[in-house]
Design a protein around this ligand. Structure first.
Ligand SMILES: O=C(O)CCC(=O)C(=O)O
Ligand SMILES: [Fe+2]
Length: 208
């Protein structure tokens, strides 16, 4: 048990095969986590996400932002995006994620879900611009939400609750073999901010 009454079992791989997912529980006290939530809510350049899918211009209710070491640029669902320079808080959180995982990250994708009506459908973070099998560190602030992983072949499903101020790590072959999603829920009326620290390939930045 840690100071906040959580059982921390960060050494346990939550996946039975085909990848590695570890839940580190809360990295921050409730007060610190709430402070990070507020500062991220106020300082991040939140935008509704855009995509062009089957000829339709879609705009998500969920807001997103992308930060990184350089002006990384990539095209996702035919909408191109460019990373913004790190803010002091993102750098501080990145440092903690790097210490916990023993890896380094060069970018961060942020999602803001206003309430349980907003979520994210099943996908893998396996875009070409991402380094293959690189570790992804996912940090959550605000409302606790359920996170599901589903194996691409066996369809086996694993569920994890992501607490305020917690860290989840996806590593090794996870993105090759498993999908993940954030289901919508009627039970949650409060907002949640999620940060996924990632490693982009060096070829993915703009050279202007
Ligand atoms: O909000 C989450 O916990 C998941 C976010 C996610 O899967 C992503 O940004 O790729
Ligand atoms: Fe993802």
């Amino acid at each position: 048990m840690d100071l906040f009454g959580n059982t921390i079992n960060s050494n346990t791989n939550l996946l039975p095969y085909g990848g590695t997912v570890k839940y580190y529980g809360k990295l921050f006290s409730q007060i610190e986590a709430n402070q990070y939530f507020d500062v991220l809510w106020n300082t991040i350049n939140w935008k509704n996400d855009e995509a062009f899918i089957m000829g339709k211009h879609l705009i998500t209710k969920r807001k997103v932002a992308w930060y990184g070491d350089r002006e990384y640029s990539y095209t996702y669902s035919k909408a191109s995006k460019t990373a913004l320079p790190w803010t002091p808080e993102l750098l501080a959180i990145k440092k903690i994620a790097e210490e916990k995982t023993g890896t380094t990250f060069n970018s961060c994708l942020l999602n803001l879900y206003h309430n349980g009506d907003e979520g994210m459908a099943y996908h893998s973070d396996d875009e070409k611009a991402l380094a293959k099998n690189a570790t992804i560190a996912s940090i959550s602030f605000g409302a606790e939400r359920k996170f599901l992983l589903k194996h691409k072949q066996t369809k086996e499903t694993i569920g994890i609750l992501l607490a305020n101020g917690s860290l989840l790590v996806m590593a090794d072959e996870t993105q090759t073999n498993w999908l993940h999603r954030l289901p919508t829920t009627k039970k949650v009326s409060q907002p949640r901010i999620n940060l996924t620290f990632r490693t982009m390939n060096d070829t993915s930045y703009q050279t202007h």
